[in-house]
Design a protein around this ligand. Sequence first.
Ligand code: MG
Length: 182
Amino acid sequence: MPNQLPTTYGQRLRIGYGWDSHEFKRGIPLKIGGVTLDHPRGLGGHSDGDVLLHAITDALLGAVAAPDIGSLFPPSDPQWKGADSAVFLREALQRVEAAGYAIANLDSTLILSEPKIGPHAGAIRARVSELLSIPPDAIGLKAKTPEGMGTDNAAIAHVTVLLEQRRNAAPQGRRSPRKQPR
Ligand code: MG
């Protein structure tokens, strides 16, 4: 079973991909990337419905071949009702670090009919930067409208991440990475 295998294979780079979608619902807050946006409709879901943080979480988990977000935080478990999705992200980041990796960069695309993301992009990248402890210029954030897709009632997020092995985290029994000349 992949989930029982160690997640450190001595590979210098690993890639991860995550995808998520949530349906718009009236009367609930809209949270994207850990930021609450002023909008009449929010994203439904068992947690706070933060489609971007969920996709980032799955991308990180996938990069170290960990179980996915739905397996770690089942919607059937009442403790995750209304949960702040930053909790899921933190767990994924801890698994990345435990496997000996650090985030090099991530890129994301949101697909939603409204609201316009441009005016909020700075705040979202700043919050994601804070949550992941990486600089804002390591975070790509793009937004598209769902032209011709018929998904105006949903928000969709695609995320890719690149992980780099940390120099000081070589697993026991493997050769340490060569020291850089000074
Ligand atoms: Mg989700």
